[in-house]
Every structure is written in C-alpha cells, then in structure tokens.
Ligand binder design. Structure first.
Ligand SMILES: NC(=O)c1ccc[n+]([C@@H]2O[C@H](COP(=O)([O-])OP(=O)(O)OC[C@H]3O[C@@H](n4cnc5c(N)ncnc54)[C@H](O)[C@@H]3O)[C@@H](O)[C@H]2O)c1
Length: 338
C-alpha cells in the first residue's frame, strides 16, 4: 500500500461493479488500478471511461503486485473463486452480497479468510450502512428494546424487468437473474442480515414455504417466506417476493419486538401509554456504496475489523440458502455453524 492509498482491482463490471468504481473514485485514499470482466469489450470500455490503466478478462488480475484490495461484483454464483484466489494472493477483499449462493462455497471462503491473517474482508451487506438501519442498531445496543424475541423483515420488489432478453449474458451462457438467482439469497439476505445483526445471536434452524404463482420465468420460486430460529430462542420471519405491485422500498418492512420495546417501520414504542413515536432518522432509499467504501478503506489503512467480515457474511448467507431446501423438503433444516 503506497502512502495510505489503497490500490484496487475491480472484478465484474455490470451495473453494480461500475457503481463501486465510481465510489472508489470519490475517495482520495483509493485508486482503481485494474478492472476485469469476462466480457473483454466491456472491460476495455470501462477502463477507458474511468481511466484505469490495466484490463483483464478473468481472475488473473488478483495476482498483480500493485493491487491491495480486490473488489468482487460478479453474479451471485461466481463470488467464491476470485474471493479465495485474492486472499491466497495476499489481498484484502470486498465481495458483494450474498457472500455465496451455496454452502460449500461459504465453507471454502471462510476457510480462506481464516488462513489469510491480517487481510480484511468486507461482505457488501449495504443496509447496515444506511443511516435508518444503523440508528436501529444503536437503539438495540443501548438496550432500549430489551431482548429481541420476534423480528420481521421483507425484501419485496417488482423485479420482473430482470426477464428482459437483453439480460442474457453469452459469456456465462445464461440470464443469471432468471436461471441462478434465489430470491431469499439474492434479496432476502438483506433483511435477514439486519435481523441477525439486531438479534445478536446465530441462526440455528429454518423452515419455509414458497410458490411460483408469479414470475414463473424465474427458475427458483419468486415468492418465499421463511421462519428462522436463533440460538437465543428468538424467531424471525422473512419474505422475499420479486413480483409485487408497489413502489420501491415502501413494500419492505422491519419489525423488532423486544421485552421492553418495539420498532415497527419508522416508529418506536417504548411505553404502551405513549404509543408509537417516529424514529429520528427516516427510512431512506438507494445504495450507500460510498459508506461501505469509506469503511473498508479505513479498516485497511488503520487495521480495524470490518463490520461484515467473512464469518458474518456466511452466517447471513447460509440460512438464506437453506430456506429454499427447507421449502422443498417441507421440514425444518439445521443451519451449520461458521
Ligand atoms: N448490495 C446491493 O444492494 C446489490 C445491488 C445490485 C447487485 N448486487 C450484487 O452485485 C453482483 C453483481 O450484480 P450485477 O447486477 O452488477 O450483475 P451483472 O450481471 O449486471 O454484472 C456482472 C458482471 O460480471 C461479469 N462476470 C461474470 N462472471 C465473471 C467472472 N467469473 N469473472 C469476471 N467477470 C465475470 C459479467 O460479464 C457481468 O459484466 C451480484 O452478486 C449482485 O447480487 C448487490
């Protein structure tokens, strides 16, 4: 690392990867030195657009000696290979959520992170960086809700535009949003990670039901509801639904019921006679990638732990992945420890 300046290589240059390049470019202590995408013309066009000196079409980029941080924005099924290779090459790593879409990859990724002493990992659970959800964490940590005993969160959107034929990617031979995305994993992991953060206890078991009444173009059911049991005994319910008629974000939902207080949406009840009062910070929308970028640069430069290290990312992804199996088997499925 040159004079507190983190040199970054970005892999996966779709909408998400390019948004992260723009966030890195807004930081004085970061420099994007290489980009990689299987689609070589896209990689070259991105390099020209953002004046990045080095272009790759595969994971070899991670071997460059002038890269400190590898930032991974490939589709959900292709996070593990560049993640493990980057850590083995001695790099710090950012990986988008979900950390992986299957349990075997999660185990391999956590093992690689444990071996790579001194290397930072940030899993892109972006909602933790939204002021509204961060405020809820502070309230929970101050003990204002007591012990959380029941929680709800949803990821409910209209994502039917993902069936657009233009989304077919010839380099991977599919439209991965239709063929590979699992709604509880790609979307549900957002609220699930928040609920786990708030409850502060690992998830040990999941039960679920799903159906494909809507958006049957998706290989995986577009509507899934899961119940998660925490080691503390608390229970959470999460729905992922990709075909709702509703404005963005308003269809999402957060509820935390504690022994001393309740948060529902943008309101809090600390006392039955006072009822529900508004929380100071409103819900908000968007993707605060800048907050994630600032955080990971600070953790690398000042050797601080990241908010969502590999074990944290795996503890949120694993129960989300197993929800689909629980729905298929019609029984509770245990969640492995990480
Ligand atoms: N945090 C969030 O809220 C958020 C929002 C959007 C997307 N994401 C995540 O970001 C990731 C990317 O999503 P996207 O919508 O940009 O996808 P995308 O399909 O638009 O872009 C992915 C890019 O990766 C490239 N690619 C695929 N496999 C590759 C490989 N092995 N090596 C190099 N390049 C490869 C593809 O050619 C494509 O250009 C996904 O994991 C997604 O879930 C997170």
């Amino acid at each position: 690392m040159a004079a507190n300046r983190v040199r970054v290589g970005v892999i996966g240059l779709g909408h998400n990867g390019r948004a992260w390049i723009e966030s890195y470019r807004r930081q004085a202590n970061a420099e994007v030195v290489a980009v990689s995408d299987m689609n070589r013309p896209l990689a070259e066009e991105t390099a020209v657009r953002y004046r990045v000196p080095h272009t790759y079409s595969g994971p070899d980029m991670v071997e460059r000696s002038d890269i400190d941080l590898v930032s991974i924005h490939t589709p959900d099924p292709f996070h593990a290979e560049p993640f493990v290779r980057a850590l083995e090459a001695g790099k710090h790593v950012v990986v988008e959520k979900p950390m992986a879409d299957n349990i075997e990859d999660l185990h391999n990724m956590v093992a690689a992170a444990r071996k790579a002493k001194g290397r930072k990992v940030l899993v892109g659970q972006v909602l933790r960086f939204m002021p509204f959800f961060a405020q809820v964490k502070e309230i929970v940590d101050r003990g204002e809700l007591g012990e959380i005993i029941y929680a709800e969160g949803d990821y409910i959107h209209d994502l039917r535009a993902q069936s657009d034929p233009a989304r077919y990617n010839p380099d991977i031979g599919m439209n991965w949003y239709l063929e590979a995305e699992q709604p509880m994993v790609g979307g549900g992991v957002h609220p699930l990670d928040l609920l786990r953060w708030y409850v502060g206890s690992p998830i040990v078991e999941v039960e679920a039901m799903s159906h494909r009444i809507v958006f049957p173009e998706m290989k995986h059911d577009a509507s899934i509801t899961a119940l998660y049991r925490f080691a503390s005994g608390a229970v959470a319910k999460v729905t992922a639904l990709y075909a709702a008629v509703s404005p963005y974000a308003r269809a999402n939902h957060l509820a935390l019921y504690g022994t001393q207080g309740t948060i529902r949406g943008e309101t809090i009840c600390r006392n039955e006679s006072r009822g529900f009062e508004p929380l100071p910070v409103p819900w908000g929308t968007g993707h605060p990638y800048d907050g994630e970028v600032e955080h990971v640069l600070d953790c690398i430069i000042n050797d601080r732990p990241t908010l969502v290290a590999a074990v944290e990312g795996a503890r949120s992804a694993a129960p989300a992945i197993l929800a689909e199996e629980a729905a298929r088997l019609k029984r509770a499925v245990p969640v492995p420890e990480f």
